[in-house]
Design a protein around this ligand. Structure first.
Ligand code: GDD
Ligand code: MG
Length: 346
């Protein structure tokens, strides 16, 4: 039995001003007609049972409605009072999945990725299942194409059927990423995982017992109405905030890597979105009502109003009702910093 655990609690700050606290990117249709959350479900639906979805409670109606529209009947929607990052989110999902005394395979899926070749994605999952069933913690590894510092890096031991992970390093610095790219034999961690619910909980117990205990309490005291499971706020707030990558994957010796070649893209920034968007012959990608003359390599996103560009190069323009971003293409990662400043300023 394969249960998708769909992580839908991120804030997607690097796609500001389109992606907002009240409306983060997983709920947006950034490529195609479906939202990222809906796409996440639709690509796994042919091979899986009903998913567990975990999101912030403020997004519960949006999440439920989008899933319904995509023909998805979730097993439950777990609601976090505040985000504690991915390790606790996955822990409560694993605890919930085991509540009926079963120990299913969990396929952990971020809800904000684009995967061009869905059949290849499903093949990789099916191929990885026996290893996961045997107790390994599988990560899906993507062959890197650039020294990205926003990803986890995995070094696999070559030529072994288990494909054990020799080293997992979350978000290395640029010099390290460059060195590993040159050295070869590394994968990017796609952020998707496959393991038995019990195995994840065992590893978490080893490395973060306090976190696991907070998650147990938060679920035991949760309030349930219809599909929603509202985690107990007092218990969940005592939980350490950490990602699965740091809390478990960097430390476990039971990790294996399943290579995946499926046109994976973490739409993590405006430049990533640009690279998957339809471009004209001059590298311009435009969305909405946009007029551009004499431009090269521009990304323009019009959300309501007309946006016009003249004679620009390597520029990103994003217009929304109450905020505009104009940025050099090489600086789009820094959007996150602007959002942090805005938050501080209140
Ligand atoms: N429910 C819930 N609660 N979901 C969360 C939370 C949370 O507190 N925090 C993040 N998520 C969701 C996000 O919405 C996203 O779908 C997924 O979990 C991953 O979180 P990100 O914040 O996007 O992680 P990242 O991109 O920095 O890094 C991860 O993904 C990379 C690939 O995209 C890591 O796994 C890296 O190792 C990996 O390379
Ligand atoms: Mg991400």
């Amino acid at each position: 039995q394969l249960i998708p655990v769909i992580l839908s609690g991120g804030s997607g700050t690097r796609l500001w001003p389109l992606s907002r606290g009240a409306y983060p990117k997983q709920f947006l249709a950034l490529s195609g007609e479906h939202t990222m959350l809906q796409q996440t479900w639709l690509r796994v639906a042919p091979i899986s049972g009903r998913p567990l979805v975990i999101a912030n409670q403020s997004h519960r109606f949006m999440a439920a409605e989008q899933l319904r529209q995509a023909g998805c009947e979730p097993a439950a929607i777990l609601l976090e009072p505040t985000g504690r990052n991915t390790a606790p989110a996955i822990a409560v999902a694993a605890l919930q999945a085991m509540a009926q005394g079963e120990d299913p395979l969990l396929l952990v899926l971020p809800s904000d990725h684009v995967i061009a070749d869905e059949a290849a994605f499903r093949r990789a999952v099916t191929e990885a299942a026996p290893l996961a069933q045997s107790g390994r913690l599988l990560t899906f590894g993507v062959v890197p194409t650039a020294p990205e510092t926003g990803y986890g890096y995995i070094k696999a031991v070559p030529g072994d059927g288990l494909r054990p992970v020799e080293r997992f390093v979350e978000k290395p610095d640029l010099a390290t990423a460059e060195a590993w790219l040159a050295e070869g034999g590394y994968y990017w961690n796609s952020g998707m995982f496959l393991f038995l619910a019990s195995r994840y909980l065992e590893e978490l117990e080893r490395f973060q017992p306090g976190m696991l205990e907070s998650c147990r309490q938060a679920l035991a005291k949760a309030r349930r109405d219809e599909d929603f499971i509202r985690l107990d706020a007092d218990a969940f707030e005592t939980c350490v905030s950490d990602s699965i990558d740091y809390a478990v994957m960097e430390k476990t010796d039971a990790a294996s890597v399943q290579p995946i070649d499926a046109g994976w893209n973490d739409v993590g920034s405006w430049s990533a979105l640009w690279s998957i968007a339809d471009q004209d012959g001059n590298g311009n990608a435009h969305h909405g009502d946009v007029i551009a003359r004499g431009c090269r390599n521009t990304l323009a996103w019009a959300d309501g109003r007309l946006v016009t560009l003249l004679g620009l190069q390597d520029v990103v323009v994003v217009d929304t009702a109450d905020a505009v971003l104009v940025a050099h293409r090489d600086r789009v990662q820094d959007v996150r910093g602007i959002v942090a400043e805005l938050k501080k300023a209140g």
